[in-house]
Ligand binder design. Structure first.
Ligand SMILES: [Zn+2]
Length: 444
């Protein structure tokens, strides 16, 4: 019976059902699960001091393309809209292979962990030169983050009127077979699972209607979730209306892509009827504010979504369109953007933190994560608020209003992944060196 006691936190923001905030509190972890929260707790196991720290649930990242950490700040892609940006990057991504997928995923996940993330999804939709979803799974298992990779796909190449080059698309039968393979090999439906698979055709402009429908049927057969990009910007809406004769919400509904087992990335351009559809069907949204700003896509109607009851989580999106992977900064950006659109009272720091924690856990189907309460998984972020960022602050809301944006300690399933601000599970400086070597080879 392995126990760890987190001792004397200045504040614990539990994000539990009553949103309790506890002063001078301890958290007892037993076998990867939160056993108790309160004051004066004791253990015969390890004790970790949380003095001078705010403790939150681990943050949850609901949309990413980890492989893109190898293509940050690519000239030609820095100032383009979505479609032009993709067309700049596709030929570079076509040169990736298994090593690029593995190393870039380690970098992306380590970056997330340092910013408080304990559970991340990933959307990998291209498999050049022998790359497989397995490469990113191996990376996550080494670092120790809870991981929900999705088997993405593109099947409509340039010669068929799609956006990606023909060399990056796959045959639809091969895609579905590989979905079955990875679900059977890796998906763990149990409470406390460290690994769950999803199916994720890339976007309406890179796969056929048939693949969208077949993926939805297969996902329900396998008991896995569905994920894609939807209604990202005006070009995306125009493509939907011209190619399918309807808006993205209707396209999704017609093909079985609504429900509590579905979450869509971006949804910047959802209209009132689509927001109602998502609320009614409990369809989730991965809000990616930095990427939306970076690509000039617009401000997602998150206030209206939340008011209507749409489940919303946060995503950093790929590092080619952010280009950072800091989930705490993403939460801050979500708060700021809603204020730009709707006024200073449109979103509080606490609501943004809620979206970043239990909001994300809920849209990934993980009520066992994203909140600190007895019986929930011990996925815990510990933020040192004794430093300069928070000097003079009056309230734990300073975490989003001021900082810090990197954790002091991070626990996933009770295992320490970040210790004293450093990744404890892998040799990060070596991985950074390897990543930069791979990036230089791609440039050459
Ligand atoms: Zn994306």
């Amino acid at each position: 019976m392995a126990e760890i006691l987190l001792k004397s936190a200045q504040t614990v923001l539990t994000m539990d059902d009553d949103r309790r905030e506890l002063a001078q509190a301890d958290i007892l972890i037993r076998d990867g699960v939160i056993a108790d929260i309160g004051t004066g707790l004791a253990t015969t196991g390890e004790t970790v001091s949380a003095t001078g720290c705010v403790v939150t649930p681990g943050l949850v990242n609901t949309h990413h393309h980890l492989y893109q950490t190898l293509t940050r700040a690519v000239p030609g892609g820095q100032d383009a809209l979505l479609f032009g940006w993709l067309q700049t990057l596709y030929p570079i991504w076509a040169r990736f292979g298994p090593e690029e997928m593995f190393v870039s995923a380690q970098i992306g996940l380590a970056e997330l962990a340092l910013s408080g993330c304990t559970l991340s999804s990933d959307h990998l939709y291209l498999y050049p030169n022998g790359a497989r979803l397995d490469d990113t799974i191996a990376a996550a298992q080494e670092i120790g983050l809870r991981f929900h990779p999705t088997r993405g796909a593109m099947s409509i190449g340039e010669s068929d009127g799609g956006l990606p080059p023909d060399s990056l698309v796959e045959r639809e039968a091969d895609i579905l077979n590989d979905c079955i393979r990875v679900a059977d090999a890796f998906h763990d439906p149990a409470e406390g699972a460290m690994l769950r698979i999803g199916f994720a055709p890339c976007s309406p402009f890179s796969v056929s209607r048939d693949l969208m429908r077949d993926a939805a049927i297969l996902a329900r057969d396998k008991g896995v979730m569905l994920h894609t990009h939807l209604a990202e910007n005006d070009e995306d809406i125009a493509y939907s209306e011209a190619s399918f004769g309807c808006r993205p919400g209707q396209y999704a509904e017609d093909l079985g892509w609504t429900g509590p087992d579905v979450w869509h990335a971006h949804c910047v351009k959802l209209d009132g009827r689509e927001i109602d559809l998502f609320a009614r069907s409990r369809t989730g949204v991965a809000h990616c504010p930095c990427s939306n700003c970076r690509l000039g896509s617009g401000i997602a109607p998150v206030r209206a979504m939340r008011d209507a009851g749409v489940p919303v989580g946060l995503g950093v999106d790929g590092s080619a369109s952010n280009d950072a992977g800091n989930l705490m900064l993403e939460a801050r950006q979500a708060m700021l953007l809603q204020r730009v659109a709707n006024g200073a009272d449109a979103m509080s720091a606490r609501e943004a933190l809620e979206i970043a924690t239990r909001g994300g856990a809920d849209i990934l189907g993980r009520p066992d994560c994203g909140r600190l309460a007895p019986g929930k998984r011990a996925d815990i972020a510990i933020w040192d608020v004794s430093g300069i960022e928070t000097a003079g602050s009056w309230d734990p809301a300073a975490l989003l209003l001021a900082g810090p944006t990197r954790v002091r300690h991070l626990f996933v399933e009770g295992r320490q992944v970040v210790r004293d601000g450093q990744i404890a599970t892998i040799d990060l400086p070596r991985v950074i060196e390897r990543q930069n070597r791979l990036a230089r080879a791609l440039v050459a």
